[in-house]
Design a protein around this ligand. Structure first.
Ligand code: ADP
Ligand code: MG
Length: 249
């Protein structure tokens, strides 16, 4: 699905504050993978997502998506196949607008101009059905302002908005960091359903070790801009929590 070949990213090159945020990263992510990415602060996790989304251009190396090189493709042109969700559950949503209007806005953002129609009854039904299917219990509250929902509900809906119109790759940067454990569980269970339903290839950054053991089918640890561990499903299944704690010394 997506491949990173010898990707490096250096910030402030040649200056006293030069940082090698990514160093010679080789990574191939197969379609349908749910990759969980861990690593201490500053290890390059967010930068890795940034070069995949196109928010940053790598200093060196190539990015290949479905066999085509996309290294220098700008972010807005990748938005047809990459969706991103950040920590802040309100980021990217309008709190005063209804749930439905937020879905409309999200659809307008990702659709090409030619497709800016059809945000009508049919669209409303599709939003209602999808919300119902995910078991969020909000399908009869589509007119409720987004800002009145709990953090977990908002984040779960944000996730859904970002993928509903079609995407191939979902990038989650600490999506539960701002949530309490119950809300975090709601969001992650929703994420898992969405990932299966839309057959998404996912990378999720988390600082929560139990989340990283429970979710996903591949586990990667970064340290100082490099991939230092890469566990497949079997290795991940055998990983014990206490073993993983030791990764972080
Ligand atoms: N835009 C930037 N300009 C300069 N340095 C940056 C920038 N973005 C990230 N960095 C640096 O790159 C390193 C990796 O950062 P980041 O990818 O955000 O780490 P993580 O997400 O793992 O905490 C850090 O040292 C950080 O300070
Ligand atoms: Mg980060």
């Amino acid at each position: 699905m997506i491949e990173l070949k010898n990707i490096s990213k250096t910030f402030n090159r040649g200056e006293i504050n030069e940082v090698q945020a990514l160093q010679n990263i080789d990574l191939h992510i197969a379609e349908g993978t749910f990759l969980v990415l861990v690593g201490s602060n500053g290890s390059g996790k967010t930068t890795l997502l940034n070069v995949i989304s196109g928010a940053l251009t790598p200093s060196r190396g190539q990015i290949i998506f479905k066999g085509k090189e996309v290294t220098n493709l700008p972010e807005h042109k990748r938005s047809a196949w990459v969706a991103r969700v950040f920590q802040d559950p309100l980021g990217g949503t309008a709190p005063d607008l209804s749930i439905l209007d937020n879905f409309r806005l999200a659809a307008l953002r990702t659709r090409s101009k030619g497709l800016r129609i059809g945000i009508n009854e049919g669209f409303k039904q599709k939003v209602r059905d999808t919300i119902a299917e995910l078991g969020l219990g909000l399908e009869d509250q589509l007119q409720q302002p987004m800002g009145t929902l709990s953090g977990g509900q908002r984040q779960a809906l944000t996730l859904l908005m970002s993928v509903m119109d079609h995407t191939d790759i979902l990038l989650l940067d600490e999506p539960t960091a701002a949530l309490d454990p119950n809300a975090a569980a709601v969001v992650l269970r929703t994420a898992q359903k969405i990932i299966r339903r839309y057959r998404l290839t996912t990378i999720m950054i988390t600082h929560n070790l139990s989340e990283s053991l429970q979710y996903g089918n591949r586990l990667i640890q970064m340290n100082r801009g490099k991939i230092v561990r890469d566990l497949d499903q079997d290795a991940k299944d055998q990983l014990k929590p206490e073993e993983m704690y030791q990764w972080f010394g």
